[in-house]
Design a binder for this molecule. Structure first.
Ligand SMILES: CC(=O)SCCNC(=O)CCNC(=O)[C@H](O)C(C)(C)COP(=O)(O)OP(=O)(O)OC[C@H]1O[C@@H](n2cnc3c(N)ncnc32)[C@H](O)[C@@H]1OP(=O)(O)O
Ligand SMILES: O=C([O-])CC(=O)C(=O)O
Length: 393
């Protein structure tokens, strides 16, 4: 039998094809008591709204990776361990200094994440609890590397993490060299919770495929970072801000939409559409929109928010009937922009959070591993003659 003899149904993008059994998170659509449809997202069965209101990112990462909420002692130990591993080796910083300052921070992050595997390989650390240490190191060092690249590409030295600051506050401190306002730090922490996990999305699938080969966890994360970078996935958050800037004013929204659709009736508006949330707005987008409004009230308005609201209204007319609504990437950039984060760091911030989900999937994959090796439907010919180069056209 050859692969060509297998005739499974082909589903582009593997739509609807289960690629794993998982208890890490759940994404779906439910009907409310009033008969409306809404998106549902749960981490380990806990609704995202409860986690956003009551948890913090480190606790949520523990929940996702180890499968349950930690006790106070476990949370203290986990946080202390992460906080004590936040520094990166000077050789990693030296390597990052050699990256071109014009390079995209997601590329810098992918390269740096892969480089961690050179320093903390299983062979170099044979006596450690390798999986737990890798979890700690990745959660601890990824934010430091994102912040270090940002400072070093401006010609500054990276700043050391501050032991007295929690996960989100310390990241903002390392990025901006200023201790953040507590409200901003809290909002960043909620953003990290919201972005931490989302079932079998493209980057998580990539992480699981890499994990299934028994590659080291740093390679798993590097591979997932590369997949997240694309504009159809995590990279859309940066594209949304570029689009809002291009539109410029509320008055220009409708002409912009009409012009895009005229040039290409299938034009893809960034930050809209989702494989699972069909016909509903992404529940994370609603929370992010609230967070953006909270920041505007405290720190001043962003006129691009009006452009975003108008674009959502106009696109509801065009795309709403086809079930296409804002996704997580639509409002997150407006939140980060108000924090002073440059647009090309939006996707790296997403990646910092998603490391928790990727690690949870790495762990789960290894609990019942079988290498991913799907099939294909061969569409070529067979047994063609080899033509000498001089005989080819
Ligand atoms: C964290 C995240 O990854 S969230 C997603 C971030 N990505 C984006 O915002 C990029 C824009 N959105 C998209 O490209 C898509 O909606 C995706 C990639 C998110 C989902 O893709 P799929 O599930 O494969 O949806 P698909 O591309 O099949 O779309 C179905 C239909 O809706 C249309 N459509 C989907 N998204 C959009 C959009 N943003 N703008 C306009 N039309 C859209 C498609 O053209 C397609 O039309 P057709 O049936 O006439 O061919
Ligand atoms: O689930 C998806 O396909 C994309 C997404 O929203 C995410 O990864 O957060």
């Amino acid at each position: 039998m050859t692969e060509g003899d297998l005739k499974p149904e082909y589903r582009p993008g593997l739509e609807g094809v289960p690629a794993a059994k998982s208890s890490i998170s759940y994404v779906g659509i439910q009907t409310t008591e009033s008969g409306n449809k809404e998106g549902v997202l749960e981490y380990r069965s806990i609704p995202i709204q409860s986690l956003a209101a009551s948890s913090n990112f480190v606790e949520t990462a523990f929940l996702l990776i180890w499968g349950r909420l930690p006790t106070q002692t476990e949370l203290t130990n986990f946080s202390t361990e992460i906080y004590s591993h936040r520094r990166i080796k000077y050789r990693i910083k030296d390597m990052m200094k050699c990256f071109p300052e014009t390079g995209h921070p997601m590329d810098a992050l992918q390269a740096s994440a892969a480089a961690l595997g050179l320093f903390y390989s299983r062979h170099a650390l044979p006596n450690q609890d390798y999986a737990r240490q890798a979890v700690i190191r990745l959660l601890a060092k990824i934010p430091t590397m994102v912040a270090a690249f940002q400072l070093m590409r401006k010609g500054n030295d990276a700043v050391l993490p501050r032991d007295d600051l929690d996960y989100a506050a310390n990241f903002l401190y390392m990025l901006t060299e200023k201790e953040p306002d507590p409200i901003v730090a809290k909002v960043m922490d909620v953003c990290l919770i919201l972005h931490a996990e989302h079932t079998m999305n493209a980057s998580t699938f990539s992480a699981r495929v890499t994990a299934s080969t028994l590659a080291d966890p740093y390679t798993v994360i590097a591979s997932a970072v590369g997949t997240l970078a694309g504009p159809l996935h995590g990279g859309a958050n940066e594209e949304v801000i570029l689009m809002l800037k291009q539109i410029g004013t509320v008055a220009n929204v409708r002409p912009y939409v009409e012009q895009c659709l005229e040039s290409d009736p299938k034009y893809k508006f960034m930050g809209f559409g989702h494989r699972v949330y069909k016909g509903v707005k992404d529940p994370r987008a609603m929370i992010l929109q609230d967070l953006a409004e909270q920041l505007f009230q405290k720190f001043g308005y962003d006129p691009y928010y009006d452009v975003a609201l108008e674009l959502e209204r106009v696109l509801e007319e065009y795309l709403g009937p086809r079930g296409i609504y804002p996704n997580v990437d639509y409002y997150s950039g407006l939140v980060y922009r108000k924090m002073g984060i440059p647009a090309d760091l939006f996707t790296p911030v997403f990646a910092i959070a998603r490391v928790a989900g990727w690690l949870a999937h790495w762990n789960e994959q290894l609990e019942a591993n079988r290498i991913y090796r799907p099939t294909q439907i061969y569409t070529g010919e067979h047994q063609q003659p080899y033509m000498a180069i001089g005989d080819r056209e």
